[in-house]
Design a protein around this ligand. Structure first.
Ligand SMILES: [Zn+2]
Length: 132
């Protein structure tokens, strides 16, 4: 029991300890992104978190248009709108209208979502600064 206490003191006094987990109150290392004890997400490294967020946004920026391109190639709206049959042409127009509305909504949601990620990063930096 006494040995355990000494080990814990050495652990707490180490320079690598950056803080205490807000959920389970165990000491956590500065290199950890998640608490090893309870899995709580730690905000000990706001700069790294920002880089991760940036990589995620950049990766999506590369992947998303590729998915859109593959989808558009399979999308029959183009063929329908070029048809001589007015009924088929109308289906094409409706498909185009839905595609444009969906695109606008998706871009809007992506914009709001990205703003939320940026805001939560700013909030976590502010929280960290407040702790010092
Ligand atoms: Zn924890």
């Amino acid at each position: 029991m006494e040995l355990n206490l000494n080990e814990q003191n050495t652990f707490v006094n180490s320079n690598m300890i950056s803080g205490i987990c807000s959920v389970c109150h165990q000491p956590v290392f500065s290199k950890y992104y998640f608490c090893p004890n309870c899995g709580n997400k730690l905000n000990t490294s706001p700069l790294s978190k920002t880089i991760q967020t940036q990589i995620w946004i950049y990766a999506l920026s590369i992947i998303l248009p590729m998915f859109c391109f593959l989808f558009i190639r399979k999308w029959p709206g183009m063929k329908y709108i070029k048809s001589e049959d007015p009924e088929i042409k109308q289906i094409g127009y409706i498909a185009w209208a839905l595609l444009i509305i969906s695109t606008v909504i998706t871009i809007y949601l992506a914009f709001v979502w990205t703003q939320n990620i940026i805001q939560s990063s700013v909030d976590s930096i502010n929280t960290d600064l407040g702790a010092f």
